[in-house]
Design a protein around this ligand. Structure first.
Ligand SMILES: Cc1cc2nc3c(=O)[nH]c(=O)nc-3n(C[C@H](O)[C@H](O)[C@H](O)COP(=O)(O)OP(=O)(O)OC[C@H]3O[C@@H](n4cnc5c(N)ncnc54)[C@H](O)[C@@H]3O)c2cc1C
Length: 490
């Protein structure tokens, strides 16, 4: 049997699949279009500042223990649990809500705005915990061979959850809580999925369970990129090669099998099996030219938000920021309903700020801070011109300065802005969508692009737009599912 394996893409999906397969005796080569490994889980340094490019925290850290254990390695990552989980400020209100896993402390935060918070939250989280535990092994950690197999598997999910499939997260929160602040804060998990609570099914309240009751949020000591560095160290032991600046643009096939992939310089790369870590939907459309994934069809799919990200090196210490901070407005329903399909950015956007120098002083020179700002914006289908990026960034920076009482503009010694156009170009993210295909019911489980190709028996997929979905722990599970499939089939 041919044990040569090519993986296209060195995101977390590609790297983790590579290690799992190398451990099983495969000769793995990774072909990566970017100049550095990690995909969206990337990093850059400039002027003494180090920035994580995208991911800044994670949940379900036990999936990393499991991953390294599966590969026969003790988890080398030192994780730090975040407490508080994050802080939230609403425009026009000086208060910074401290969001913690301690429900009593949380009730104290919401005193005066939400009566009986503890009782309501406990009931809500109990239900959310049932969603989590009743679907984790039956739906999330499963391969589906076809729709029939999918329906057979989800028929084992208790029927009592059925009504929640059609209900949106916002409706469930609206039924549970009275105060707009509490509803909005609990709905931030939809944002982690790259969507809004008005589009996200209520079953995803299970993410509230993971944040408040289950595993919480964690960062990795040394920065998130340590994950990539540690996996690469392990890959080196198995002589896995990563070839950078190599973009795959087409495939050769024979008798229902891919025989080689071709890069943009015309070089042919042969192997017995291929795993694609590029987006599982757009690769099928743009490289394999599948009709079901034509540009028209891809455009009609529901994609997650696009990121506008700002990286700032700041002189001086900032007092009013924590590791994770959300700066929100006070017109949430209206804002959230319009933002993803609007062709312009409202003048007072909602945004997230991460200051990793708060927990890791090595990320910034002495007496300095590094700020990462993420503002969810429409993807390139709706807003294709980003020549206004400086204006949008200035607006956010002046709003942030006012809200934290620190003149950021005056103290900026480094600034970089990445638009959806940049994100799309760097990692081939479809129309700049940051998290890949959304998690609406018709795009999850058996409806999500499969990790097994429809036509070629030796072509597989790993990553955010195949099963089970987006986010670092899900992508690790994705690599487990695809390698199980390959090892079972070959
Ligand atoms: C701004 C931002 C913030 C985020 N924050 C978090 C967070 O805090 N926590 C969290 O859990 N998740 C977060 N995510 C989501 C998380 O980053 C992704 O779910 C995850 O990293 C996806 O990994 P992947 O391996 O599927 O894809 P990618 O990371 O996109 O990797 C795919 C790789 O394939 C390469 N590639 C693509 N096409 C080709 C080709 N044709 N030839 C060769 N190479 C190719 C790309 O260059 C890339 O390196 C965030 C995402 C973004 C954008």
């Amino acid at each position: 049997m041919n044990k040569d394996l090519i993986i296209v893409g060195s995101g977390l999906g590609g790297l983790s699949a590579a290690l799992r397969m190398a451990v099983k005796g495969y000769n793995v080569t990774i072909l990566e279009k970017y100049h550095k490994a990690g995909g969206r889980l990337n990093q850059f340094s400039e002027g003494g500042f180090t920035f994580d490019l995208g991911p800044s925290f994670m949940s379900m850290t036990y999936e990393f223990d499991q991953f390294f254990k599966d590969c026969g390695i003790e988890n080398p990552l030192k994780m730090k649990s975040l407490d508080p989980l994050y802080k939230v400020n609403f425009r026009g209100n000086n208060k910074f809500f401290n969001i913690t896993k301690d429900i009593d402390k949380l009730a104290a935060e919401f005193a005066g705005i939400e009566n009986n918070f503890k009782e309501k939250a406990e009931k809500y989280l109990l239900k959310a915990g049932q969603f989590f535990h009743d679907t984790e092994n039956i739906v999330v950690k499963q391969n589906f061979d076809n729709l029939f197999d999918y329906f057979l598997k989800i028929s084992k999910v208790p029927l009592k959850h059925l009504p929640y499939l059609n209900k949106k997260l916002w409706n469930l929160l609206d039924e549970t809580f009275d105060s707009m602040e509490v509803k909005v804060i609990f709905s931030l998990v939809a944002f982690f999925l790259g969507s809004t609570p008005f589009k996200t099914p209520s079953i995803y309240s299970l993410l509230n369970y993971t944040e408040f009751k289950h595993n919480g949020y964690w960062l990795v000591e040394g920065g998130m990129y340590t994950i990539v560095e540690e996996i690469i160290k392990a890959l080196n032991k198995y002589n896995v090669k990563i070839i950078y600046n190599t973009e795959i643009v087409s495939v050769n096939q024979d008798s229902g099998k891919v025989t080689s992939v071709i890069d943009s310089k015309g070089k042919e790369w042969k192997a017995g099996n291929f795993i694609i870590n590029a987006d599982a939907a757009s690769f099928r459309g743009e490289i394999l030219k599948r009709k079901n994934y034509s540009n028209d069809k891809l455009d009609k799919m529901e994609w997650s938000l696009a990121p506008l990200t700002i990286y700032l090196g700041i002189k001086g210490k900032i007092k009013n920021l924590y590791h994770h901070n959300y700066f929100l407005g006070n017109n949430f329903p209206e804002y959230a309903k319009n933002i993803f399909s609007s062709s312009s950015i409202p003048s007072k956007p909602y945004y997230y700020v991460n200051m990793s120098s708060y927990t890791d002083p090595l990320c910034a020179p002495d007496n300095c801070e590094n700020l990462f700002i993420l503002c969810p914006v429409p993807d390139l289908r709706f807003k294709s011109d980003w020549t206004d990026k400086e204006l949008i960034a200035d607006d956010i920076i002046s709003d942030l300065s006012e809200r934290i009482g620190h003149d950021i503009d005056k103290n900026t010694i480094f600034k970089k802005i990445l638009t959806p156009e940049d994100w799309g170009a760097m990692f081939n993210l479809y129309k700049g969508s940051g998290l890949g295909l959304s998690h609406k019911m018709m795009q999850v489980g058996g409806f999500r692009p499969s990790n097994k190709d429809e036509s070629y028996t030796n072509l597989f997929y790993v990553g955010a737009s195949t099963t089970p979905g987006t986010g670092l722990p899900m992508v690790l599970i994705s690599s487990k599912l695809v390698t199980e499939r390959i090892l079972n089939e070959h």
